[in-house]
Structure formats: structure tokens, C-alpha cells
Design a protein around this ligand. Structure first.
Ligand SMILES: [Zn+2]
Length: 227
């Protein structure tokens, strides 16, 4: 319970002040985070980097303090639900913050709470919406780099989508693990954060993200601390 409070309370508090704080962060960090429009239009497996920002974007060059934090998440929205407070705090302290998102979140609810499989649920539209929300989220949180791996959402545990050979849960571990390992070699994070071995609550994509992050950390030996 204490751990849950530690993880979620900062995010909830942050959420309450996201609008105000986000504008404050955006004012300080604009030009160095993924803008909404860029994340929304990224190709699958795309990368958002400061170098891709429009040259006309205002804002001072961002200076990092030499430390790097990487979070490996399963879906767009997990970055704020699971690590919103962490990203906001360490970004504010000058830590380079790298977000890896493994899937596009196609199995999320549609407008009005429409569930996957229900008439009118548009997986591509849901993914686009969630990626657009991700763009806004990372601008609020001050995340400096976003890496979208572009795998397909596997749905909640027990859903028929779990059996689809193309979803993240069924991708052989070595492939995404090597991609994340390459990102660890690129960014060289001292700290990596992901879910526990049960994906915090059993979601197949969260479990897979945990396994991918662990495999990448073990292969590279780069993170000093792994949560
Ligand atoms: Zn998730």
C-alpha cells in the first residue's frame, strides 16, 4: 500500500495541477519536448528528439545535469499514471528523462468508453488519440526524449487479442529487448524504471515491458539502478 501511494500519489497530485504546472514547464522547456503534433504524426517506431523540433520553436537550449532516467512503459498514458511525479521531479532537477513506449495503445477505450470489440471501436483512432494525449503529457512532464517502439497493444489479460500473434505480448522477447538495449547504449541511463514482474497488475503488455527492460539492462549492464 505504501508503495502504491508512493507511485500514484505524486501522479494524482500532479494531475490536479497539470494544467497550471504544465504551462509553467512548457514555458521553461518548450523546444525540447515532443510537441503534440509531432508525436501524433510519428510513424510506428518513430523517435521524437529535440533535433526534430521546428527551428522556429522558441525557448532556451536545455541543459542537463549529466544524469539520465529512462522509463520503459507499455502504453501511452502509463508514463503519467505510473511515473508522472517521477518524470516531473527529475526533469525539473535537470535530469535527462527518456520515455520508451512499447505499444500504441490500440486496445484502449474509444469515445464514450467504447471497448475493443464493441461496434464502432476504431483501434487506429484510439491509438492516434492516445498518442496525441502522450504528446501533451510529455510536454507537461518535461520528458526530454520519447521513443515509440510501435508494437500493437495486446489488450487486458484474458482478452481474445492476447492470442493475436502480432501483438506485443507475442513478439519474441529478443527483438524488443535488443531495441531497448540499443536505446540504453544510446542514452546511457543511470536509472531505469519499469513495472514489476507481474506488470504491476497483470496486464500482458506491462509484463512484457518488464521482461524487455530487464533483458536490455542485463545485456548492456548500463543502468546502475533498476526499479
Ligand atoms: Zn498500460
Amino acid at each position: 500500500m505504501g508503495l502504491l501511494l508512493f507511485l500514484f500519489l505524486p501522479a494524482l497530485i500532479f494531475d490536479c495541477f497539470a494544467g497550471l504546472f504544465g504551462r509553467y514547464l512548457a514555458g521553461r522547456l518548450v523546444g525540447h519536448v515532443c510537441p503534440l503534433s509531432l508525436v501524433a504524426t510519428l510513424p510506428v517506431g518513430g523517435t521524437c528528439k529535440a533535433e526534430l523540433m521546428p527551428s522556429s520553436t522558441p525557448g532556451p537550449a536545455r541543459t542537463f545535469n549529466g544524469l539520465t532516467l529512462m522509463a520503459v512503459h507499455a502504453h501511452p498514458d502509463d508514463e503519467v499514471i505510473g511515473t508522472g511525479g517521477v518524470f516531473a521531479r527529475y526533469s525539473e532537477e535537470g535530469v535527462r528523462t527518456v520515455l520508451v513506449v512499447c505499444t500504441n495503445g490500440e486496445q484502449g477505450d474509444g469515445p464514450g468508453g467504447l471497448k475493443p470489440g464493441e461496434p464502432g471501436h476504431d483501434a487506429a483512432a484510439v491509438a492516434a488519440t492516445r498518442l496525441a494525449e502522450l504528446g501533451k503529457s510529455v510536454s507537461y512532464l518535461g520528458v526530454s526524449d520519447v521513443e515509440l517502439l510501435g508494437y500493437r497493444d495486446s489488450g487486458m489479460a484474458g482478452w481474445s487479442a492476447n492470442a493475436d500473434p502480432g501483438v506485443f505480448w507475442n513478439v519474441p522477447l529478443a527483438e524488443p529487448a535488443e531495441r531497448v538495449a540499443a536505446l540504453m547504449r544510446q542514452y546511457r541511463p543511470q536509472v531505469v524504471v519499469t513495472y514489476d514482474e507481474n506488470g504491476n497488475y497483470g496486464h500482458p503488455d506491462h509484463i512484457q515491458a518488464h521482461r524487455v527492460a530487464v533483458a536490455a539492462a542485463e545485456a548492456t549492464g548500463i543502468p546502475v539502478k533498476f526499479y
